[in-house]
Design a protein around this ligand. Sequence first.
Ligand code: ADP
Ligand code: MG
Length: 253
Amino acid sequence: MMTSSADADHGAHPILTASHITKKFGELVAVNDLSFTVERGQIFGIAGPNGAGKSTVYNLITGFYPFEGRIDFDGRDITGLQPHRICQLGIARTFQIPQTFPSLTVEKSLSVGNRFGAPGRFDPAYVDEIIRFLDMQAIRRQPTGQLNLLGKKKLMMGAALATRPKILMLDEPMAGSNTSEIKDLMAFIRRINEDMGVTIIIIEHFMKVLTELTETLLIIETGSEICCGDPVTVTSDPRVIESYLGDAYADGN
Ligand code: ADP
Ligand code: MG
């Protein structure tokens, strides 16, 4: 069978498919028979109330816990693989609370990420590229503990990028940020997607951020899908307004 390269560049091409994934913690069903597909190159959003199971979905994708169901990434079944293997295949994530090594310099922190992504193939030129991408040339030898919150967040994303991911998964990257920091982070996330060609999954509480950034939005509640589709359709879905947006808008988000 012949496939032209033009075909390969057009239309939808899944990079990640979760099929009927379920995670129970004892009696609690944190993720309940959830299925979704992330297309290559897109920004895919996940939202839902606190405790909906969003971060647990990330923990399943990155291999932190065993689970029921199956996850395919970039043409292979990654179900049950160890976290470092999944990272090396090209999935990186950040955490809700910025985690940096405070005594390590910016450059060393990014080098740790690069070594983790490809053991034995440390690439200082790529680390330099990330430092330029972060616009941190002037502070490359500063300990990361001296960075402000925005700097720590960008560094954490930079360390994830240093592993050379195909997908970067962000967990509430805007948390604790003010309006101008949110603008800055949104532009930064777009650059990661467009300039570095990295597919992005973003969990976010701020619905405006999701409607502006994402092409597909998945809303979950108590581990199950409420709705999934383009953000305009999803945010006008009565079930979403009732279960989630009502509260979020009431909070002033
Ligand atoms: P979200 O990120 O949407 O706020 P989480 O995925 O963190 O929600 O949590 C979903 C549910 O699973 C919550 O009820 C939470 O308390 C529970 N949970 C998450 N991780 C664990 C764990 N390691 N052990 C037990 N319960 C957990
Ligand atoms: Mg969470």
